[in-house]
Design a protein around this ligand. Structure first.
Ligand code: ADP
Length: 197
């Protein structure tokens, strides 16, 4: 479809916003199996950043599916579209000066590549929240693995749908080795070393 819409430039630049906030903006993208700990770590990190005066927010896989992408399912095409929309929203938020913590299973390498392309210079790093399927199933905080095993939920990542581990993650958080506080500490160090705040 031909697009005749012309981009409208604003008067406040991203660097103006970063200066006002006294920190940089961008997106940190957490990928990993369901129950690996992405949301738990994302919200704990958000709290720590908030306490340090960083304007940040979490985009959470389960939450966006209640609104922004509630029309989508879990087929490969719908998962791709889910992530495309989220990446576009995350980019708008980063442009607006926020440090965005995105927590999405994002199981396919190809889809994560598309996310990176959309985010372009806004991507701070992809973080692999690593946990074995056995441990994720044992945790099963929402009872979804049980439902997937019983055939009640179809296309469940790690059970009936694949998860492709990142080949070159910016950071790996092994949640069978590290507690939540340790993971958040590693993330804070990582962001500090990159001069984010
Ligand atoms: P995800 O967002 O990856 O689906 P959640 O954060 O929703 O995962 O759930 C992870 C569950 O595992 C939570 O109940 C959390 O308390 C628990 N958990 C146990 N150990 C850890 C850990 N080291 N890091 C993160 N979560 C952990």
């Amino acid at each position: 479809m031909e697009n005749h819409v012309v981009w409208q430039e604003g008067c406040v630049s991203r660097s103006d916003r970063n200066r006002l906030n006294n920190h940089k903006s961008g997106v940190i993208w957490l990928t990993g199996l369901s129950a690996s700990g992405k949301s738990t770590i994302a919200h704990a990190l958000e709290k720590e950043l908030f306490n340090r005066g960083v304007r940040c927010c979490v985009l959470d896989g389960d939450n966006v599916r209640h609104g922004l992408t509630s029309d989508l399912g879990f087929s490969p095409g719908d998962r791709r579209e889910n992530l495309r929309r989220v990446a576009e929203v995350a980019k708008l938020m980063a442009d607006a000066g926020l440090l965005v913590i995105a927590a999405f299973i994002s199981p396919c390498r190809d889809d994560r590549r598309v996310v990176r392309e959309i985010l372009d210079g806004n991507m701070i790093a992809g973080v692999y929240v690593k946990c074995s399927i056995g441990e994720c199933e044992r945790r099963d905080p929402k009872g979804q693995y049980m439902k997937a095993r019983a055939g009640i939920i179809r296309d469940y990542t790690g059970i009936t749908s694949p998860y492709e581990e990142p080949l070159e993650p910016g950071l790996v958080l092994d949640t069978e080795e590290n507690g939540v506080r340790e993971s958040v500490g590693l993330l804070l160090d990582f962001l500090r070393r990159r001069g984010l705040f």
